[in-house]
Design a protein around this ligand. Structure first.
Ligand SMILES: Nc1ncnc2c1ncn2[C@@H]1O[C@H](COP(=O)(O)OP(=O)(O)OP(=O)(O)O)[C@@H](O)[C@H]1O
Ligand SMILES: [Mg+2]
Length: 260
């Protein structure tokens, strides 16, 4: 079981869309995937068709020692499971901040899942802030995936999470995640800026940048309002095509690195 954090402190860059749709496409390929919604906004929870519930979210395992397995729900897609979020999860920031071990707490909570060994991937969707929930995701993950919007500030955000946040956590021995991949999102081929952002990201991170680029499409934006993933909402559209290609590339890259 590999734990993957999808993170970027910048808001609205496609973290949740990527967490939900990459996971759905991996599940479609037969991988057993658990999405952990670490964002109190609970967007991934809603997009996967569940209603945020104050009694079912990570707050309880993190703060009250409830077994994590009890908080996992099935989704309507085969092989795809969800540990939902709810607004209450925001309370974790305050409670854990008072405890010395807050960075290792999430890892401890997820340890039984590693032992059970029934999942291929745990994919965490993190909130757009540098708070404890986001840094806990980095501290717990084996791999970090950073969605970068094909816009000017996209590069700045990438530099921030990589050079400041991840590097300083690694130096302090708090994180061991590698930057496995950068995913370019919301690409609009009509703008020269989008193309120059792609070139710049690729020139700085030739190995890390995924070849698959996620286009901006109306359907990807609409799917969550129907509580559906893109492979259910518009299975033959360009959004589904892109996320299926991303899932293929995700698996292929892991074969090349000889990690599962
Ligand atoms: N490729 C895309 N094409 C069109 N719309 C998209 C695309 N990706 C995401 N969106 C839409 O853009 C908005 C932001 O995307 P998303 O919620 O995935 O970003 P996020 O990084 O998770 O945001 P936050 O930081 O608030 O958690 C959403 O309304 C989403 O539906
Ligand atoms: Mg989000």
């Amino acid at each position: 079981m590999k734990i993957i954090a999808i993170a970027n402190q910048k808001g609205g860059v496609g973290k949740t869309t990527t967490a939900v749709n990459l996971s759905a496409c991996l599940a479609e390929l037969g991988k057993r995937v658990l999405v952990i919604d670490l964002d109190p906004q609970a967007n991934a929870t809603t997009a996967l068709g569940l209603t945020p519930d104050a009694d079912v979210n990570l707050y309880h395992p993190l703060v009250e020692d409830t077994p994590v397995e009890e908080q996992i729900r099935e989704t309507h897609l085969e092989n795809l499971f969800l540990l939902p979020a709810a607004l209450q999860l925001a309370g974790v920031e305050v409670v854990l901040a008072q405890q010395g071990n807050h960075h290792s707490r999430l890892k401890e909570v997820l340890a039984p899942l590693t032992e059970l060994d029934q999942l291929d991937y745990v994919i965490m969707d993190s909130p757009p802030s540098l708070g404890i929930l986001m840094t806990s995701a980095l501290a717990t993950a084996d791999d970090l995936l950073v969605p970068v919007q094909c816009e000017f500030f996209g590069i700045q955000a990438l530099a921030g999470i990589y050079q400041e946040v991840l590097a300083s956590m690694q130096e302090a021995g708090l994180a061991h995640a590698r930057l496995e991949g950068i995913i370019l999102t919301m690409y609009d081929g009509r703008t020269r800026l989008a193309r120059s952002v792609i070139e710049e990201v690729r020139s700085h991170f030739p190995k890390e940048t995924y070849k698959t680029i996620i286009p901006r499409t109306v359907r990807l934006g609409e799917a969550p309002s129907h509580c559906k993933t893109i492979i259910e909402y518009d299975p033959a559209g360009v959004g589904a095509f892109a996320y299926r290609a991303l899932a293929d590339e995700f698996i292929q890259r892991r074969r090349e690195y000889r990690v599962t």
